[in-house]
Ligand binder design. Structure first.
Ligand code: FAD
Length: 336
């Protein structure tokens, strides 16, 4: 009976969603999986994936979804997300098509949220603008980088962000960068806030010099991190009170190469969990991550915090799915 009610609700939601997508002329797809949309290549089925092309379209879409009470989450390149293996009964707003064009006006650079961050770093370096060359090796979109305040090799996106365009009441609204708290891999943006684009303020410099610094950051990355593997970058944040980075800490415990089914602690960088095989499971990566946290807690007295975002499927009456959700619930409880 409960299952039938749930099915009816979903069917009603599907009709509303198809109507909204058709009215706004936005592509809406079924049958996609997180395993196709995230860099870890794991994660279950998604009810709907909507891919807007423009900032205006994206703002209108989320407004309509909110009004209709339909749950949604924004996704860029999925390079910092670990979605569990359950069926995710919400809409994923895939922003990687919303690329637009980079507009450069003196030191100001305006870019859409779906634009590739590595691509942007190359564009501005060629245009003789400095300030983000350390970020050149970070996969993902500008929107994902803003959300997480992505950073590497002395640069963080938040420090050069003049303003951010967000979706409010169906419109594109600009908010000043200084009104946002840019912390270590965390910002004050609230759940449900859609970032549409940003204007960065960079500094003029010789393109050749910027390129040298960008190449240097890239080669340091290549020397210390796995490449060509399926990962989400660093799995855990570095603990603020520790002088030893998380990677070194895990390495010191001899956990490089440790495996749980399809998930392995990278032999190159111990803070990277990589997945292997056609049918890799999020469950394996989560179990391995928890094993690491448990040992660090026991042996170092430190509570590691996830840098990767854990996305869980909505509650369901299905037993199998429920148990996989409970394990993520448990993770979130431990995390806090
Ligand atoms: C090999 C590798 C190396 C990495 N190295 C680094 C590094 O050095 N430094 C670093 O900081 N990160 C690093 N990362 C992590 C990741 O690349 C960054 O966090 C990146 O900025 C995420 O961008 P994305 O588009 O993939 O975001 P996603 O993974 O798609 O999303 C991440 C979060 O941002 C939210 N989000 C995405 N777009 C929007 C939007 N438009 N509006 C609102 N919310 C949005 C999502 O909902 C999610 O909560 C690495 C990842 C990999 C795979």
């Amino acid at each position: 009976m409960v299952v039938l009610e749930e099915e009816n609700k979903l069917a009603e939601r599907d009709r509303a969603l198809e109507e909204i997508a058709a009215r706004l002329g936005v592509r809406a797809e079924r049958g996609r999986r997180f395993a196709e949309l995230t860099s870890l290549r794991v994660g279950g089925a998604i009810d709907w994936v909507i891919a807007p092309d423009t900032e205006e379209q994206a703002a209108a879409i989320v407004h309509e979804l909110d009004r209709a009470g339909i749950g949604w989450r924004p996704l860029g390149s999925g390079s910092n997300v670990l979605a569990d293996d359950g069926d995710h009964h919400y809409v994923v707003l895939n922003l990687s098509n919303m690329k637009g064009e980079v507009r450069i006006d003196g030191e100001l650079v305006s870019v859409c949220a779906g634009y590739s961050l590595p691509r942007l770093c190359i564009d501005v370096a060629r245009g003789g603008l400095s300030g983000i060359e350390g970020l050149g090796g970070i996969p993902g979109t500008v929107g994902g980088a803003l959300w997480m305040n992505a950073g590497a090799y002395g640069h963080e996106i938040g420090t050069v962000t003049e303003n951010v365009r967000v979706a409010r009441d169906g419109k594109v609204v600009e908010i000043p960068g200084e009104s946002i708290q840019w912390n270590y891999r965390h910002t004050s943006f609230k759940e449900g806030e859609l970032l549409l684009g940003a204007t960065l303020r960079l500094k003029p410099d010789e393109p050749e010099l910027i390129k040298v610094r960008m190449d240097d950051a890239k080669s340091r990355r290549l020397a210390t991190q796995p490449h060509g593997s399926r990962s989400a970058g660093c799995f855990f944040k570095n603990p603020p009170a520790s002088s030893v980075g998380t990677g070194k800490m895990i390495d010191n415990m001899g956990m490089k190469g440790q495996r749980r089914g399809s998930a392995v602690v990278s032999p190159v960088h111990a803070n990277f969990i990589v997945t292997e095989g056609e049918n890799a499971r999020a469950e394996d990566a989560l179990a391995l991550a928890e094993e690491i946290r448990e040992r660090v807690r026991r042996e170092q007295g430190i509570e590691l915090e996830y840098e990767v975002e854990l996305w869980r499927a909505k509650p369901s009456t299905d037993d199998t799915e429920k148990s996989s959700e409970e394990s993520v619930d448990e993770l979130e409880r431990k995390e806090s």
